[in-house]
Design a protein around this ligand. Structure first.
Ligand SMILES: NC(=O)c1ccc[n+]([C@@H]2O[C@H](COP(=O)([O-])OP(=O)(O)OC[C@H]3O[C@@H](n4cnc5c(N)ncnc54)[C@H](O)[C@@H]3O)[C@@H](O)[C@H]2O)c1
Length: 386
């Protein structure tokens, strides 16, 4: 029987030993964008004794100051990322802005000498992603994209199964999913307007599903993409009973699908929805010549698995199904692990998790879906040597 003092996974124990005081030089951190996800970044930094948040910036009048006050930060506040970067010498910058300014803020921060952890999706277009990776290379600064599910044991286990070779040759992968009601407008319209978001479900949650499978496969290069996008729910005023005017503002996709040819003779079948008349658009499947692996439909963003993984093998006597248990509720505080791992990489000069170079392939697929959907035909993906 569980004790009433049991500490749930991921929660901090009351009896945890106090951190030793840090005597070295603290890393100076700046946060660009003081909205929803910035609260997760600051929560993490405030738990670390070897960093100090010295500056925060937001374009909206008073927002950075409110953020600093809310977290009792003894830091400088700025009205834009350019003003902050011109006045500060930062070791680490968290880019927590809406998608449209991920690239410019990351590039400017690296040029100003900071290492950057940029929120997902990497950016909006492939060209922006290429420029981000090029800047990281030219400046020698680290660039990581904020994919916290990477920190979960479930993601690591799926990769381990795929990479172990027990599935044989993996030739077809299906991924995606999404939600029946989940167009994100809890704090306004920055996720749904063209000017701020640039891309909808395909970037917001599609990037997680793509990362789940591409990470497991070892990030093979995308070669061609045939894409489709729609906005039937986003454009319908009935979707927002309290804010029917949001329908007019909706300028991105609420559903996207793609058929992607990957290097190594693998085809990837992908679909993602912020809203649909289905509870989910399906499980993730790796089809292999020896076995197939089924990953139950998951929200993906926190690495949780609601049901066990299943391996399927056809034999002469029938279909053998083996269950492989995952963690229903993810594995600990993946958000903290994401930021900690980045800070450690900067401190120790080691490779970052979810590097810009790797996530460029994820962005190339998203960009391919957008281009192909507009053109109404398959497009080639061209990623230059950087
Ligand atoms: N990793 C996750 O689980 C997770 C969760 C939520 C959001 N996100 C991502 O984080 C990003 C931000 O989401 P959000 O919900 O915090 O958005 P938000 O709209 O609440 O906040 C973004 C803020 O950035 C500010 N901003 C934009 N450009 C700026 C600039 N050049 N200089 C200074 N400030 C600038 C805006 O004024 C705004 O206040 C999105 O790209 C989203 O996909 C990730």
């Amino acid at each position: 029987m569980g004790s009433s003092l049991a500490v749930p996974r991921g929660k901090i124990s009351l009896f945890k030993k106090k951190q030793k005081p840090f005597t070295g030089e603290k890393l100076k951190v700046g946060i660009i964008g003081c909205g929803w996800i910035a609260t997760s970044h600051i929560d993490c930094y405030l738990k670390m004794n070897d960093v100090e948040v010295v500056a925060v910036a937001d374009l909206i009048d008073g927002k950075a100051q409110q953020f600093a006050d809310r977290y009792h930060l003894n830091c400088r506040v700025y009205k834009s990322h350019t003003e902050m970067l011109a006045n500060e010498k930062l070791d680490v910058v968290s880019v927590c802005t809406y998608n449209r300014t991920h690239a410019v803020c990351s590039i400017d921060a690296m040029k100003a000498g900071a290492n950057v952890i940029c929120e997902k999706p990497m950016c909006v277009t492939l060209e922006e992603g290429i420029e981000m990776v090029r800047t990281a290379k030219e400046t020698g600064k680290k660039l990581s994209i904020g994919f916290q599910p990477r920190m979960s044991d479930n993601f690591k286990k799926i990769k381990q199964i795929v990479q172990s070779g027990e599935l044989g040759k993996v030739y077809y992968v299906q991924t995606g999913g999404g939600r029946p009601f989940g167009i994100p407008t809890p704090y306004g319209t920055s996720f749904i307007e063209e000017d701020t978001a640039g891309i909808g479900a395909v970037g917001d949650i599609g990037c997680y599903s793509l990362d789940l499978v591409l990470f497991a496969l070892g990030y093979p290069k995308p070669l061609t993409v045939s894409g489709y996008m729609s906005d039937y729910f986003g454009k319908n005023p009935d979707t927002y009973p309290k804010h029917p005017e949001y329908a007019e503002k909706f300028g991105v996709d609420d559903f996207a699908a793609g058929f992607i040819r990957l290097e190594g003779g693998i085809c990837l079948d992908f679909r993602i929805a912020w809203a649909m008349n289905l509870p989910t658009s399906g499980d993730t499947i790796f089809m292999g010549t020896e076995k197939s692996l089924r990953v139950p439909s998951t929200e993906c963003w926190n690495g949780s698995l609601p049901k066990p993984l299943k391996e399927h093998k056809v034999t002469h006597s029938g279909l053998v199904v083996t269950k492989r248990l995952g963690h229903a509720s993810g594995s600990g505080d993946v958000f903290f692990a994401k930021i900690r791992s980045f800070v450690d990489a900067v401190r120790n000069d080691t490779p970052v998790c979810a590097s810009g170079e790797q996530i460029l392939y994820n962005q190339a697929i998203i960009d391919g879906i957008v281009r192909s959907a507009k053109l109404g035909k398959e497009v080639a993906v061209e990623i230059p040597e950087i």
